[in-house]
Design a protein around this ligand. Structure first.
Ligand SMILES: O=C(O)C(=O)C[C@H](O)[C@H](O)COP(=O)(O)O
Length: 206
């Protein structure tokens, strides 16, 4: 798998904030059962790294990655924990180098044509578009596709079950990401059936 093929594995990538690493395995199983095998666990809580480790070891059908990669150490620790991909909200030359050094596929975040061009110069053609809705949403991405048809995006940030189909209809969108599949209250309650249902609805979007 490389970053470009990652965009084709599932129409929606659940972006997860976990408070308790014990929730990771049942959560990942529910998402996989609902049809969403690609899972981004954000490095925003101390539970994230052990959660990545457990999902990588115990849920072979999941493709678990790390989100909120913002420093070299994040990239290194996530790769060591078994992350199969890395996602960052934005990118700098140092962060790109750090992610590339891990050998793990990565999706750097961009929000402008210049940022996309800087990464294109380094051979990176799969990008996260963040924060998607706030940065201009569907019309903005459509406009970027004119001069930059070789770049494909995973829009994330303000994407919902309602606006996801519009993004997925764009030729330069491979998949979308969002937190709506894994509500914090459902995770806290261990309501895996609800999460599986949300995943199933999202998997059917395309
Ligand atoms: O953690 C990261 O690396 C990010 O870039 C941020 C997330 O992608 C957004 O927080 C998505 O959140 P929603 O808008 O609720 O779907």
């Amino acid at each position: 798998m490389n970053a470009d093929s990652l965009l084709d594995l599932a129409p929606v990538v659940p972006v997860v904030v976990l408070d308790d690493a014990d929730a990771a395995v049942p959560l990942a199983r529910a998402l996989v059962a609902g049809g969403l095998p690609v899972i981004e666990l954000t490095l925003r809580t101390p539970a994230a790294l052990p959660a990545i480790e457990r999902v990588a070891a115990e849920v072979p059908d999941a493709v678990v990655g790390a989100g909120t990669v913002v420093r070299r150490a994040d990239a290194e620790q996530a790769a060591k924990a078994g992350a199969r991909f890395l996602v960052s909200p934005g990118c700098t030359p140092a962060l790109r180098a750090a992610m590339a050094d891990t050998g793990v596929p990565f999706l750097p975040g961009v929000a402008t044509a210049s940022e996309a061009l800087a990464l294109l110069e380094e051979g990176v053609t799969a990008l996260k578009f963040f924060p998607a809705e706030a940065a201009g949403g569907i019309p903005y991405l459509k406009a970027l596709g004119g001069p930059l048809p070789q770049v494909r995006f995973c829009p994330t940030g303000g994407v919902t079950v309602a606006n996801a189909p519009g993004y997925l209809a764009l030729p330069n969108v491979g998949c979308v990401g969002g937190t709506w599949l894994t509500p914090r209250d459902a995770i806290a309650a261990g309501d895996w059936a609800r999460i599986e249902e949300l995943a199933r609805a999202a998997a059917a979007l395309r």
